[in-house]
Ligand binder design. Structure first.
Ligand code: DAH
Length: 340
């Protein structure tokens, strides 16, 4: 009797902790014709006559206990199956994870960076909140210079000397001041101007500035660098032309046009029937700028250029409205999934 009691206690613990399979496995192991409950019932014959009644109650209770566990397994949501293990079909297709895409401005910015990196240009960055000196004065735009009006500036009310940079040319100044020559950098970043938002203008946009300063840098170096850029960016068939222009920080200055990608030079609305679209400003760094930044203008020369990333992106992907870049409508953005 004592032995039977001990056995039953042991099996009860085992049954309570059962997790080796589903309800059917349990039934076969414990309640089937060759199961444990049947086998234990068979022990009755070894029990002394005076204990038979007590043993009968005990075994009956054990049977009920086992059946209750079986019912519990059957009614559990996964039929008593273990959560992990061979019953999970790992070959089932997973729920799709929607993939994001890079913003077209980032795509084009990264492409521009990688093209110039191949020519040995390093990336430099500067603050978006600038002071007057770095944004204007050092770049040969002293106070009251009329060319300051070319850029509608956002000033910071706490300090009249602070402003949101109107171009990435301010980063040139910071790099020149460091004095580690030669300098060969590009400066991508966001710039701000107080413009009314329309399809062609925005109060913030992105530029990439380029600067190369060493001994004997010439205008021919500038042209060759920009030819290479255009061919890598837009393909070998695109034609390039330089037009004389004016920027206070370069002398001589030029603007560079490329043959219209939309009409191939025939004339269309994008190129305003001229066959050409302007993509950047450039020139030889003005000696005053070198001097303002502590570089000996008798020894060193350099070229600089600046382009709008939005402009390049619009041409590359034939986007007609600048506002699309900042509205972040996913129907627009997801068209660039996988684009490079
Ligand atoms: N900073 C000019 C702008 O924002 C662009 C530019 C023109 C940059 C000529 C240059 C340059 O470095 O040489 O419109």
């Amino acid at each position: 009797m004592e032995k039977l009691l001990k056995e039953i206690e042991k099996f009860k613990l085992e049954i309570a902790a059962f997790n080796e399979g589903d309800a059917e496995t349990f039934r076969i192991k414990y309640l089937g014709t060759k199961g444990l409950v049947k086998a234990i019932m068979g022990e009755m014959k070894n029990v002394a006559a005076e204990n038979k009644k007590q043993a009968g109650q005990l075994l009956n209770e054990f049977k009920l206990f086992t059946e209750a566990k079986y019912d519990e397994l059957k009614s559990s949501s996964n039929n008593g199956k273990k959560e992990t293990g061979s019953n999970i079909d790992l070959s089932l297709p997973a729920d799709p994870l929607p993939l994001g895409s890079r913003h077209p401005i980032s795509l084009v910015k990264n492409r521009i960076i990688s093209i110039f990196q191949r020519l040995g240009f390093a990336v430099a960055e500067g603050p978006e909140i600038e002071d007057d000196f770095h944004n204007f004065t050092a770049l040969n735009l002293p106070e009251n210079h009329p060319a300051r009006d070319m850029q509608d500036t956002f000033y910071i009310s706490q300090n009249p000397d602070w402003l949101l940079r109107t171009h990435t040319s301010s980063v040139q100044v910071r790099e020149m001041q460091k004095g580690n020559l030669p300098i060969r950098i590009i400066c991508p970043g966001r710039v701000y101007r107080n413009e009314t938002i329309s399809a062609r203008a925005h109060c913030f946009f992105h530029q990439v500035e380029g600067l190369y300063i060493a001994e004997n840098v010439s205008f021919a170096d500038l042209k060759q660098t920009l030819y290479f850029f255009v061919q890598e960016m837009f393909g070998k068939d695109v034609k390039v032309r330089f037009r004389p222009s004016y920027f206070p920080f370069t002398e001589p200055s030029a603007e560079m046009d490329i043959s219209c990608l939309i009409c191939g030079g025939e004339g269309c609305s994008v190129c305003k029937k001229t066959g050409w679209v302007e993509i950047l400003g450039c020139g030889m760094v003005h000696p005053n700028v070198l001097d303002n930044c502590g570089i000996d203008s008798n020894k060193y020369t350099g070229f600089a250029f600046g382009m709008g990333i939005e402009r390049i992106t619009m041409l590359k992907y034939q986007i007609k409205d600048l506002r699309l870049f900042s509205e972040n409508d996913v129907r627009f953005l997801k068209q660039f999934t996988g684009a490079v």
